[in-house]
Design a binder for this molecule. Sequence first.
Ligand code: ZN
Ligand code: FE
Length: 261
Amino acid sequence: MSLRDEDSIVPLRALKDNYIWLLHDKMTNQAWVVDPGDAKPVIHYLDAKNLILSGILITHHHADHSAGVPQLLQYAGDIPVFGPADSLTHLISCPLREGEKICFSGWEFTTIAIPGHTLDHIAYAGADILFCGDTLFSAGCGRIFEGDAKMMYRSLAKLNRLDDQTKIYCGHEYTLSNLYFAHLVNPHHPAIVQKIKTVEAIMKEGGCTLPSLLKDEKRINPFLGCHTPEIITAVEKYTNKKLDNPVEVFYYLREWKNLIS
Ligand code: ZN
Ligand code: FE
């Protein structure tokens, strides 16, 4: 069994629709968690599986991604809390900047700065795995709270350039509602119709729709397609304006989605 097989990364449901991703080193029984917005599900899992928490990763300062940190430090002792440098949260003990690397078990992750949702937002990428918090979701993207459309577009473009086989581990279970919006924008796209069927079945069983493959996101995620004729045409029709560049298309597409959910 490989140390880095799929079941070494476990989704823990938290709060309303958050995911806390738990990385499990099966040789040492140590674990890292990504974006613990709540400590309870993490402690519950660690205790049930007899794991030792040895590190925490934070993608951005929002409480639903970090509020569990103080209780986890109480529980696990003095373990590193990795996260963005210049963050609004004071919970981070190991600040990271663009391009810095961290290692756990057989994994090596590189930090990518992806501001837009928040100014401090970072992703962790390595070995075809991407923890991207609230920037890229399956079939959607995060709201722009602190940056602007150009900043968010550039951040998504950075993620879009990663390898096709990259698995997207994002921060929320928003896949189905995102797909309904993708379908509204692009009604005749067979891959979107197919994915809705698959995801509806998963949700009916209470399952997890993630990770999703970047290769598939490139086909179904309208926010990654703002340079493509289908999305440009759909957004121009919606706004009744001629749009000159992908950033403009992205801006109006995001505004359109904001009105819906
Ligand atoms: Zn957020
Ligand atoms: Fe969030």
